[in-house]
Design a protein around this ligand. Structure first.
Ligand code: ADP
Length: 260
């Protein structure tokens, strides 16, 4: 993929934002939010002005991953200021409503919340806005695919068949609405034992690459299952932010470079 050279979809642009990309997954728990967060930090590490929009209405987690508390400032009647950490502008439904209240929203509420977070936020001068989509292919994802000026979508999957089957549905959805698939990432690809360095493919290995090849979409690479990635995420100090030159960060930064 070459994002710089890509035209965005026909949906109306977001003022001040050059490219919007979505990160999607077929099912929950495959590491989509962790990957979105570290990928956004990877774009920032490349010197790009970066924002992240947490559109995972049913389980927002970017505020926790970025270690952010507090509420966005109201800049005008219909304009919010995104919060900022580690050089990335962050907006999440988690800033705006109580933790569990969005869980029971119906389609129209979800659609209006996502539209607000896209269009009524002072993103101001971003090279790239990464959108962390809810898992699956429901109303929210379809709205996002149709209303946001998406340059493309990245699909995150574990190597397991079940996650891959769901990822196939995600791929089909984006293809149906003519959003280009920027590529597939295999997360939790293998586990390297920190004591003996033995590599174990806990969820299998290579399934995403095979699937990408079969479908003719780019394979963006794999990210290992690693305790440091989990631990730093839980602490709100994501791995790419605290060790941008470390072995873990390099996976995300090289995927960001490949996509850009
Ligand atoms: P999703 O957004 O797909 O539901 P999350 O990003 O919330 O998934 O990840 C689910 C859990 O897996 C979290 O506890 C997260 O820290 C952990 N996790 C994600 N990717 C990795 C990885 N590569 N190595 C270790 N733990 C990971």
């Amino acid at each position: 993929p070459d994002l710089k050279a890509r035209a965005t979809s026909k949906a109306a642009g977001i003022p001040g934002v050059k490219h919007v990309i979505a990160v999607a997954s077929g099912k929950g728990g495959v590491g989509k939010s962790t990957t979105s967060c570290n990928l956004a930090l990877g774009f920032a590490a490349l010197g790009l002005k970066t924002g992240i929009l947490d559109a995972d209405i049913y389980g927002p987690s970017q505020q926790k991953l970025f270690g952010l508390r507090g509420k966005p400032r109201q800049l005008g009647p219909r304009m919010l200021e995104p919060l900022e950490r580690f050089g990335v502008k962050v907006m999440s439904i988690g800033f705006l409503v109580e933790e569990d209240s969005a869980m029971i929203w119906r389609g129209p509420m979800v659609i209006s919340a996502i539209t607000q977070m896209l269009r009524e936020v002072a993103w101001d001068d971003l090279d790239i806005l990464v959108v962390d989509l809810p898992p699956g292919t429901g109303d929210a994802q379809l709205t996002m695919a149709q209303q946001a000026p998406l340059a493309g979508a990245i699909i995150v999957s574990t190597p397991q068949d079940i996650a891959l089957i769901d990822a196939r549905r995600g791929i089909a959805m984006f293809q149906k609405v003519s959003i280009p698939i920027l590529g597939l990432i295999e997360n939790m690809s293998s586990f390297c034992c920190p004591t003996c360095n033995h590599v174990t493919p806990i969820f299998g290995h290579g399934g995403a690459r095979t699937e990408a090849e079969r479908r003719g979409i780019p394979y963006l690479g794999e990210i290992p299952l690693d305790m440091q990635i989990r631990k730093t995420s839980d602490e709100g100090r994501p791995i790419v932010a605290i060790e941008p030159d470390g072995v873990h960060a390099k996976h995300y930064v090289s995927i960001a470079r490949e996509v850009w």
